[in-house]
Design a protein around this ligand. Structure first.
Ligand SMILES: *Cc1c(COP(=O)(O)O)cnc(C)c1O
Length: 220
């Protein structure tokens, strides 16, 4: 996929305008290294991948540029590759089950900034903790010193309409405030990772602090 520089600059500007105060994480899972370099040249420094192997390959290919890139991991993470990537990322957005909490804690050599992934829409096939169990989970994670809960993350169903999106994003915001109010040292929970290309404009109106945008960067 190759996009004219002009079009890319236009897309970046539009995304940054619509994201407002939220930090824009560029999701590069669909593209090779060249478009990533183009984004880098235009000042993008927050990158996200959803597969461990691709993350490692791209880090390798970007070489020295990695020094000021902030890496976000957003995909479902199996137990086995945790040891390969966990000390090479800045944020894990997809901490979605207790077995992963344990593995991250075991393999990390420093505190890892994590978002708890929440399955607000209660889709069966979707990963994440249920809203009802969040407080208990957060308290349990106090026993795993390498995990810092910086915020909550969710993904809306692909086909969701505006009412449902508003419901999902406002629910995540409420839950974030509840956890923040617990004032637990390991769970400041000040961030909200929500919103993708098709819905980040709504997510920001509900207080998203990170939006994860992929395809909108590369639209013709
Ligand atoms: C792919 C992906 C995104 C970005 O999706 P777009 O619709 O291309 O913006 C965001 N979050 C997660 C978890 C993803 O897997």
């Amino acid at each position: 996929m190759s996009l004219s520089q002009e079009k890319l600059i236009e897309n970046i500007k539009k995304i940054q305008d619509r994201a407002g105060e939220a930090q824009v994480v560029a999701v590069t899972k669909y593209v090779d290294i060249e478009p990533m370099k183009q984004l880098y040249e235009q000042g993008i420094r927050l990158f996200a991948e959803n597969r461990a192997q691709q993350l490692l390959e791209k880090q390798e290919l970007l070489g020295d540029l990695n020094e000021d890139i902030e890496w976000h991991f957003i995909g479902r993470l199996q137990r086995r590759p945790v040891k390969d990537i966990i000390n090479r990322i800045d944020y894990l957005h997809s901490l979605d089950r207790m077995s992963l909490v344990k593995e991250v804690d075991k393999r990390a050599d420093h505190t890892i900034k994590c978002f708890l992934q929440v399955n607000v829409s209660e889709e069966e096939q979707k990963a994440g903790f249920a809203v009802e169990e969040l407080e208990e989970v957060v308290r349990e994670i106090a026993d795993y010193p390498k995990i810092k809960i910086v915020g909550l993350m969710t993904m809306a169903p692909y086909e969701a309409e505006e009412d449902e999106l508003n419901h999902i994003f406002s629910t995540l915001k409420e839950e974030q405030e509840k956890i923040k109010a617990l004032k637990l040292a390991h769970a400041p929970c000040e961030e909200l990772s929500m919103g993708m290309s098709r819905d980040y404009h709504l997510a920001v109106t509900h207080g998203a602090t990170y939006v994860r945008v992929g395809s909108a960067f590369f639209e013709e």
